[in-house]
Design a protein around this ligand. Structure first.
Ligand code: LMR
Length: 427
């Protein structure tokens, strides 16, 4: 037990008194441990998706969870993934655990994809990464490392942010502070408000940013705005923690990474939570990585050992299947080429849908919906009240979050008119 004590855990040996107390106290079923636990409210995103699945309305429209759906309303398996899967089936010789850091090929591939082939930080060997169970696992491991480095760290969150950021980072014990981000009047980023608020971020604080395709609002920073954030981080000493869940769904793989890469080029430390759920369609395979850009190679190794220990105490080893597929695709020119072309089609489809949806809403509802076209990625707010979003669900079977966040990829040629009609009726 002394080994655990050295790591900060206190495991008490059983005393003779305690054994005696347990022996005599055998009639204790009046005080069961679990019996008083009460059900919690359903998850605001997954709960609505489940409600939509259960809705018998034949016209129902599911705009809830952020998954890419094609025009048939199906979340497809990438052709590149199918080919990688076939090769893996032939070549895989073991189901033994992956190392704690995950698959080496995957780590290599995801670092290059995120930071760029020409990244100076990569060339300087001051980057480390750990394969995680999806982007959520990546956020959680990042939070664990922040907490280990600075237990009192404050995390600055955009208002609004993806609701799951709060339990994922908060359950580690980090405190939050909101910064202004989305302006519902202009449907764009309130950059002046953001800068004013972030002026209060100090050394030891974390600023959580989304690299592209902001969830939930779809409004992204411009490159010059990223440069201002880099200046502020440099001057004030806060550390950016960048959630990168939608690379390739905004403007393209390289363009979507530009803001993040600018931070990495300018700052000694950046933490990144990368996900392959969306851009490789590996949602259920839970494939992601926490990437640490550190001051020097020795520090990158030290952070990595902390990350592996954090993984060990939460889930031990990451799942293999998705990362083995992603690793193959990201490090193979042939499969990588097929994948990039497929992703490009998805990105263009979403951008096309944004224009079609704008037009359909403007025709049926009047008003200016051009913001839908300006925003990026899967999400936009339609600008409806919670009451209107609830009426859409109840009266028309159109499911979006109460905030009126829609998954644009859930719109298709069959449901777009019904959707626009339904919105016009609740306005
Ligand atoms: C979403 O925001 O809908 C997605 O990121 C899926 C999720 O886990 O909530």
């Amino acid at each position: 037990m002394s080994g655990w004590r050295a790591l900060g855990y206190n495991v008490m040996p059983v005393s003779a008194d305690r054994e005696a107390a347990v022996d005599t106290d055998i009639n204790h079923w009046g005080t069961l441990m679990l019996q008083d636990l009460q059900p919690l409210p359903v998850d605001p995103i997954l709960g609505l998706a489940a409600a939509c699945r259960a809705d018998p309305n034949p016209n129902k429209v599911d705009l809830t969870v952020g998954i890419y759906m094609d025009d048939r309303g199906i979340c497809p398996v990438f052709e590149a993934v199918k080919q990688a899967q076939r090769a893996l089936e032939t070549e895989e010789v073991t189901k033994a655990y992956l190392p704690a850091a995950g698959d080496e090929n995957f780590n290599l591939g995801i670092q290059r994809l995120t930071l760029g082939e020409a990244s100076a930080a990569l060339a300087e060997d001051r980057v480390s990464s750990i394969q995680t169970p999806g982007g959520c696992g990546a956020l959680r491991i990042g939070a664990e490392i922040v907490h280990a480095a600075a237990p009192g760290a404050r995390v600055w969150l955009s208002d609004p942010t993806w609701p799951v950021h709060i339990p994922l980072l908060g359950s580690v014990g980090l405190e939050f502070q909101a910064y202004r981000y989305y302006d519902s009047e202009t449907h764009g980023v309130n950059f002046d408000g953001m800068v004013q608020d972030l002026k209060k971020a100090v050394v030891g604080d974390i600023v959580l940013l989304q690299a592209c395709c902001h969830n939930p609002c779809g409004a992204d920073l411009s490159l010059s705005q990223w440069a201002v954030i880099a200046d502020m981080a440099e001057q004030q000493g806060f550390t950016p923690f960048v959630d990168f869940a939608y690379q390739g769904f905004g403007e393209g793989l390289e363009q979507d990474a530009a803001g993040l890469r600018l931070l990495v080029a300018r700052l000694p430390e950046v933490i990144i939570a990368a996900s392959c759920s969306k851009n490789l369609g590996l949602y259920r395979e839970r494939t992601g990585a926490t990437i640490f850009v550190c001051r020097d190679p020795a520090n990158a190794r030290a952070v990595m050992s902390q990350a592996q220990a954090a993984a060990r105490r939460i889930y031990s080893m990451p799942p293999a299947h998705g990362a083995l597929l992603a690793g193959r695709i990201l490090t193979n020119d042939y499969l990588g080429g097929i994948w990039r072309a497929e992703l490009e089609v998805m990105c263009q489809r979403i951008n096309g849908l944004r224009s079609t949806l704008r037009e359909a809403l403007e025709v049926r509802c009047g008003g200016d919906y051009s913001f839908i076209e300006r925003e990026k990625g899967m999400f936009s707010f339609l600008g409806l009240s919670a009451g209107q979003a609830q009426r859409l669900r109840q009266d028309y079977g159109v499911y979006m979050l109460d905030s009126s966040r829609i998954n644009v990829a859930g719109v298709n040629t069959r449901n777009i008119d019904y959707l626009a009609d339904s919105v016009s009726k609740v306005l």
